[in-house]
Design a protein around this ligand. Structure first.
Ligand code: XBP
Ligand code: MG
Length: 235
């Protein structure tokens, strides 16, 4: 790592926790309740994850994938997504997720050392609250100095909007930051903002192309981290 970062910018889904199976179940739950006759199996969901954001994913599916073309308008999709978010948040509040191995340690050490932390995620702010509350016993704002969430930008990942928002809100240069991501679209988003990126692939993204990553780590546990990040956090 040529420059030691002053700010670590975390993705949420797949990076802080393996969340996508829970998102998938919440989508399917709502589809069933609404008798849509849609079901996203794991293989299909893996493909759909190329589209960031739940609303965008539903819209893409309706337009490009399903043969039952039920004409849902943007209002319907927003309502479905709102219900999905309520179900997902409720499960997370009740402890359905744990952090990926190594994440608790990285975040605790960074806070001890006054290293600034930020979030750049396509997911909604309302999904982040139960995650930090159940895994850290804290509000997101008590851990992260900046929360760039999907609801705040026009274009979600792979566009660079979320990372650019973090740079703008914290008045930072890209070279002062390190992004931590799990997917190709996340990597593209961070690199689009010229931010050095460490990738640790999550389960759904093991086979993604990470050629442009500055660091590729099998896991986020201490021994797998790049030397400079280990020095920054653990010495
Ligand atoms: C991953 C996503 C999210 C979730 C669904 O975001 O694409 O859209 O799958 O979340 P990231 P919502 O990896 O950037 O954290 O339903 O809240 O949109
Ligand atoms: Mg992710």
């Amino acid at each position: 790592m040529k420059n030691i970062p002053s700010t670590l910018i975390f993705d949420v889904d797949g990076t802080l926790a393996e969340t996508e199976e829970l998102h998938r179940k919440a989508f399917n739950d709502v589809f069933k309740k609404r008798r849509l006759k849609w079901h996203w199996n794991k293989s299909l969901y893996g493909q759909l994850l190329r589209i960031a954001g739940g609303k965008e994913r539903i819209k893409f599916y309706q337009t490009n994938v399903t043969c039952h073309k039920i004409p849902l308008n943007d209002g319907d999709i927003s309502l479905i997504h709102k219900e999905k978010t309520q179900i997902y948040s409720h499960w997370v509040e009740n402890g359905a997720l744990t952090l990926r191995p190594g994440i608790h340690c990285i975040i605790t050490k960074a806070l001890e050392k006054n290293i600034r932390l930020a979030i750049a995620t396509s997911t909604s702010y309302s999904n982040l609250i139960p995650l930090t509350q159940s895994c850290f016993g804290k509000k997101p704002e008590e851990i992260f100095s900046c929360l760039a969430t999907g609801n705040l930008v026009r274009k979600k990942k792979p566009a660079a909007d979320l990372y650019n928002l973090v740079l703008q809100k914290l008045s930072l240069e890209p070279k002062e930051c390190l992004a931590i991501e799990d997917s190709r679209i996340g990597l593209m988003s961070a690199k689009g903002a010229n931010i050095r990126t460490m990738v640790s692939p999550s389960l759904y993204h093991i086979k993604d192309d990470f050629t442009e990553a500055d660091h590729l780590c099998e896991s986020l546990e201490e021994e797998q981290l790049p030397e400079e990040l280990r020095q920054l956090l653990f010495q």
